[in-house]
Design a protein around this ligand. Structure first.
Ligand code: KIV
Ligand code: ZN
Length: 511
């Protein structure tokens, strides 16, 4: 589905290509409570480069020595993406950014009445002169100069255009239009992008915040007005309600507008998970593209449609963005769907056993009760004839905290034989992953937990935590799932679920 033919009319000035300017490591890190260590920034920068972003805004070097060092290290990685750093219109800020070895400096100054009067305490003329001098200075230092009028959308239009024109004449290479407090509407963003481009002839970027939930729509509208650069963050993290999310913007541009942003879409899910894990900012379940529910189907009518043809209820296939479709079992499920879900939880049922579970599911649903995955597992665990269908079972897991270190002990049954393992780490999750991995390595040889995600519901007493793990063993990658009220038990169960499948695939061999 693409609106390409509709939107490539006379009215819109769509560019052929759009460059992604990722600011996860700068504006994203300004998310309340988020602070990334240098090694974490380096890891995220590496993934952003592999994802294919054109520019990584690695930080704001004037903020602290640590931030300067982080930006310098990212610059030295020699990534395929250009590296940029933020600087106020101040020579010391610009010098620090340039000294961090970046390709681009993103120079900004506020141009709205409220910012000039109450924050900068400068007259518009002083702001104009400072902007011009700073752009000239940054340019003289031999870097690319990206210039922003902070709070552009609340700035008086003729003054705003005067500053952008001045910056262009002073040598800026590209201009950015920030909707700093997220108050723009698509129509305004489209017109603003169009007029800044027309006034300066330079490449234009848009930087939209999500205070009114319009960041993605406004970013796309900027592109409709001719912007060729989009400022975005992974998972839409950023100041207050966040920034436009990279995954939403690039997928919408590709599938609805036919515009390529040079992004390897298959990597979106894993980069999203990585950023969520390192920032501690969980992705909401119903978040577009990367949320857990983005490709989950529960309602009977939808599942039925999906089974016949996934496009009935999915705009794009989950694999395109590195996700997996999840069918939630209910009244309309078939035996294969039941077997598949249970397999990921480590149960290896034969077809007859699957049919038996399915008939219980249907009885349940016929009584008008809502069948959750948790209940489905209980149906299996409560059936004595199905007890032996889980070759690898997590029996118990304990966690102890000693100062800053967490210790975990796990007991598992491998084809009925009890085995124990222990692990330590900075958190109960990491300690539990190490504990379960140590048992598994005894059973199967080395495994790699490639990726994992854990969702902890806001009311954990009522709903269990949900974990998913991607485990690599012997060149095969298996997905396991775990549900438990304790998240560290849920992740251990998810890894166990994957291992159960490996055991079955090895014909039950235990080494
Ligand atoms: O939101 C904003 O205005 C910014 C600027 C620094 C561009 O992040
Ligand atoms: Zn911002």
């Amino acid at each position: 589905m693409s609106w390409k033919d509709v939107v490539r009319g006379e009215y819109l000035s769509l560019p052929e290509r759009v460059q992604v300017f990722d600011t996860t490591l700068r504006d994203g890190e300004q998310t309340p409570g988020v602070s990334l260590r240098r090694d974490e920034k380096v890891a995220i920068a590496g993934s952003l480069a592999e994802l294919g972003v054109a520019v990584i805004e690695a930080g704001y070097p004037a903020v602290s020595k640590g931030e300067f060092e982080s930006v310098r290290e990212v610059s030295r990685l020699g990534l395929g993406s250009k590296v940029c750093a933020l600087a106020r219109c101040d020579r010391r800020d610009i010098d620090q950014a340039v000294d961090a070895g970046v390709d681009w400096v993103h120079v900004f100054i506020a141009t709205s009445e409220i910012h000039m009067t109450h924050k900068l305490k400068m007259t518009p003329e002083q702001v104009y002169q400072t902007a011009i001098e700073s752009v000239e200075y940054a340019r003289s230092r031999g870097v690319g100069v990206h210039f922003s009028c902070e709070d552009a959308t609340r700035s008086e239009r003729s003054f705003l255009l005067k500053v952008y024109k001045g910056a262009a004449e002073a040598g800026a290479h590209s201009l950015d239009i920030p909707d700093t407090v997220g108050v723009a509407i698509p129509l305004v963003m489209r017109e603003l992008a169009r007029s800044v481009k027309a006034a300066t002839g330079l490449p234009v970027a848009v930087h939209c915040h999500d205070d009114m939930g319009l960041a993605t729509a406004n970013t796309i509208a900027g592109v409709e007005g001719g912007a060729e650069i989009v400022h975005v963050t992974i998972n839409g993290i950023g100041e207050r309600a966040g920034n436009a999310s990279l995954e939403e913007v690039v997928v919408a541009l590709k599938y609805l507008y036919g515009i390529d942003c040079g992004i390897d879409l298959k990597k979106l899910a894993s980069v999203s998970r990585m950023v969520a894990n390192l920032t501690g900012m969980q992705v909401q379940k119903n978040k577009a593209i990367v949320g857990d529910h983005a490709f989950s189907h529960e309602s009977g009518i939808h599942v039925h449609g999906i089974i016949n043809n996934p496009y009935t209820y999915e705009p794009i296939m989950p694999e395109v963005v590195g996700k997996r479709r999840k069918i939630v079992i209910g009244k309309h499920s078939g035996t294969h769907a039941v077997l598949e879900v249970l397999k990921q939880h480590g149960f290896e049922l034969n077809f007859e056993e699957g049919k038996r579970v399915l008939s219980k599911v249907k009885d349940y649903a016929d009584r008008g009760l809502r069948l959750t995955e948790h209940l489905l597992l209980r149906l299996v665990r409560d059936d004595p004839r199905l007890i032996s269908t889980q070759p690898f079972e997590v029996v118990s897991l304990t966690v102890e905290v000693d100062n800053d270190e967490v210790f975990s002990e796990v007991e598992v049954l491998v084809r009925g034989e009890s085995m124990r393992g222990s692990g330590k780490g900075k958190s109960s999750i990491l300690a539990s992953i190490e504990a379960i991995s140590s048992v598994i390595s005894k059973v199967l040889g080395p495994i790699e937990v490639v990726e994992y995600s854990i969702y902890v519901p806001p009311n954990p007493d009522r709903y269990p935590a949900e974990a998913e793990a991607l485990v690599k063993f012997n060149g095969v990658t298996l997905v396991g799932r775990g549900l438990a009220h304790d998240p560290s038990l849920a992740i251990a169960m998810a890894i166990g679920g994957a291992v159960s499948q490996a055991l079955t695939e090895k014909g039950g061999e235990v080494t």
